[in-house]
Write a protein that binds this ligand. Structure first.
Ligand SMILES: Cc1cc2nc3c(=O)[nH]c(=O)nc-3n(C[C@H](O)[C@H](O)[C@H](O)COP(=O)(O)OP(=O)(O)OC[C@H]3O[C@@H](n4cnc5c(N)ncnc54)[C@H](O)[C@@H]3O)c2cc1C
Length: 619
């Protein structure tokens, strides 16, 4: 172990992950904590890291309050509707009331915003989306973070949270390793903000083998945002609410600009509008939710999946009409060139010119995240002026561990934040984290050298395992005494795929399958003690896998707990096929005991704050 040098850094605010939420947190921490020491640690390079790395074509969350376009209440109703009622309205409202100020800063910082020539306003793509030339989006927000932080550490993967030894349930920092130098890094911090993105590749992806890595959600989002707090004993919420997306086939290019701006539409192989065919059947499952406007994302997926199972596929996006307009044709291509260049490459390789051929669509494998049309993540305190007592314990966006905050994909219950809302939530978390420190809540922290050394031994164990076990390799990478990260990953993905509602079963699962899935995940956990890594890159893969595996356990426990099919089209509980508002109009919350590794589950009321407040005002 001596060959891996240890570096110590003591700071006030530590931000884990420098994506959208992490850059927002780093920027805002400096605003409120002028004299504080602020450190941001990023697994990749902050200039091009996270889900926005390649760029985006639209900012998907902007109210437009200055022009009276939307109010935060409207956004709460929208997110609530899309998630079939299951959101934390305090968190959603809080994000929505601040998100416009974030977007105005992006504009000031030089992000090229498209303007409506007639009105001079930002060009709307849809009710919530505004269009940008967003190739430079990530470098721009990274610059704001770089100017704000005392130091940004790139290429360091955080593997564990440190806990305070003087007071129970209080965070003390985090540890990780640099995957280029191999050095071990200890960050002792008074407050930690986890902003490490969502989780792709926990379910077997459609693209395997030669196409592996081609997913809709960022392939490097490995669930650290969930595994770090779960391992430390923080509560999580709505982890069953994985997301499945309707995307262009094989390249997973987003469809938002196509639907909203180009006004393209979908049809089955016979040229029919298949969605209305499934109306009655969907109504049987979810009742009046199918009549809501806009149709919740999961229910549109449901029609797609049913139509394909009934033999109506392939489903196509009708682009050939819109693409006759040269302007729309340009927008259609630019949308991918600035955001998902792989989709344009796939079309070129498959001889698809959307002007003449309607491209095929597919439904993706499930992803776990908290910022899109989905709300998995940590159970956090809301803001003091909005949150009911069950949702409030002192500091906005603080998890159930003192001093540990979250933002973006990390935070559960608050869907439809997207890039701008995640940055905004980072700002909110940072403001609260600074206040927590100023209130002297982090006094007397004790993080012993022993705690750090113990983690160091754990972190490098896969290298030691490989060093010893490589002598027993029988052929290729096969060894009786270790498994490689890719072998472990594929095993995890099959368990999740086949037992927890992935593509293999058309998103279907039930209690028996979930129970079996949990057994297999427990054995995988045992075997991951023997994961081997031949170099520092593989060491990162080993820890990504461990974080994915822990996230998967939590997802499976939650899926088992909720005995209904709340979101048909995201997944189905075959043994409880209907939405059940009488018993399950509630949020699910879990906690894994760090000592025993056992999960406990509870139901927590879902409060519909916006309309309740309006009812009160009216009466
Ligand atoms: C293909 C695609 C298209 C999208 N389109 C849009 C759009 O058009 N408009 C829009 O507004 N939003 C869009 N989004 C959503 C938006 O990108 C996310 O909502 C947002 O990036 C979430 O922010 P985050 O900070 O939580 O995660 P991220 O931005 O992904 O940041 C997480 C960061 O944590 C780092 N990290 C992970 N693990 C560790 C670790 N263990 N240690 C240290 N660092 C770690 C990662 O490298 C990454 O930099 C899109 C997302 C995708 C994937």
């Amino acid at each position: 172990m001596a060959r891996h040098k240890t570096h110590y850094e003591d700071c006030d605010v530590l931000v884990v992950g420098g994506g959208m939420a992490g850059t927002g947190a780093t920027f805002e921490a400096r605003h409120w904590g002028r004299d504080m020491k602020i450190i941001c640690v990023e697994k990749a390079n902050i200039d091009r890291s996270g889900a926005v790395a390649q760029g985006l074509y639209a900012i998907n969350c902007y109210m437009g309050m200055q022009w009276g376009e939307n109010q935060p209440e409207d956004h709460v109703r929208y997110a609530r509707n899309d998630l079939m009622g299951m959101v934390r309205e305090d968190l959603g409202y809080d994000m929505a009331r601040h998100v416009d100020s974030t977007v105005h800063m992006f504009d000031e910082w030089g992000l090229p915003m498209m303007k409506n020539e007639e009105t001079g306003r930002y060009l709307r793509e849809g009710k919530w989306q505004i269009m940008i030339h967003g190739e430079s989006y990530k470098p721009i927000v990274a610059e704001a973070a770089k100017k704000s932080a005392d130091k940004i550490y790139n290429r360091i993967m955080i593997t564990h949270l440190l806990m305070d030894e003087s007071q129970e349930n209080r965070v003390g920092g985090a540890v990780g390793f640099n995957m280029r130098t191999g050095d071990f890094h200890v960050f002792r911090a008074k407050a930690v903000i986890v902003a490490a993105g969502g989780a792709s590749h926990i379910f077997k992806p459609r693209a395997v083998g030669e196409g592996m890595g081609r997913t809709w959600y960022a392939p490097w989002s490995n669930g650290s945002a969930y595994a770090l707090p779960i391992a430390a004993g923080a509560k999580m919420t709505q982890m069953e609410n994985r997301i499945v997306l309707c995307r262009f086939k094989d390249g997973y290019g987003p469809v938002g600009a196509y639907f909203l701006h180009l006004k393209t539409y979908t049809q089955n192989a016979n040229g029919e509008n298949y969605e209305k065919k499934w109306y009655e059947q969907t109504k049987e499952l979810v009742g009046e939710y199918i009549d809501h406007h806009p149709t919740p994302t999961c229910l549109r997926n449901h029609a797609f999946i049913q139509e394909t199972m009934a033999g109506g596929g392939p489903i196509h996006m009708v682009t050939t009409e819109a693409f006759q307009d040269p302007h729309l044709e340009t927008v259609g291509w630019e949308n991918f060139l600035g955001m998902t260049v792989g989709q344009a490459v796939v079309w070129a390789s498959q001889n698809i010119d959307p002007k003449y051929t309607n491209p095929e669509l597919t439904t993706s494998e499930p992803y776990v995240m908290g910022s899109h049309a989905t709300c998995s993540g940590a159970w956090v305190s809301g803001p003091e002026d909005l949150s009911p007592p069950e949702y409030f314990w002192g500091y906005n966006r603080m998890l159930t561990i003192d001093g540990l905050f979250g933002a973006g994909d990390t935070v559960g219950g608050s869907a439809h934040k997207f890039s701008s809302g995640s940055f905004t939530e980072g700002r909110l978390a940072a403001k609260a984290a600074v206040k927590y420190i100023e209130d002297k809540k982090a006094e007397g922290l004790k993080v012993s050298d022993k705690q750090c050394e113990d983690f160091k031994t754990k972190v490098y164990k896969p290298l030691e395992t490989y060093t010893v076990a490589q002598n027993e390799i029988t052929g290729g990478t096969v060894s009786p005494s270790y498994i490689s990260p890719i072998q472990g990953l594929q095993r995890l993905q099959r368990i999740m795929d086949e037992y927890v509602g992935g593509i293999a079963t058309n998103y279907m699962t039930n209690a028996n399958m979930l129970k079996r899935g949990l057994e297999l995940l427990a054995w995988l956990e045992e075997d991951l003690e023997n994961v081997g890594a031949e170099d520092y890159h593989q060491l990162m893969r080993a820890w990504e896998l461990k974080h994915r595996a822990l996230t998967s356990q939590c997802v499976t426990e939650h899926t088992m707990f909720r005995e209904e099919t709340r979101w048909p089209g995201y997944y189905y509980r075959g043994d409880h096929m209907k939405l059940d508002d009488d018993n399950w109009h509630c949020l699910t919350v879990s906690r894994r005991d760090p000592k025993t590794g056992k999960f406990s589950m509870e139901k927590v009321p879902v409060y519909h704050i916006v309309d309740e407040n309006e009812k009160k005002k009216a009466s």
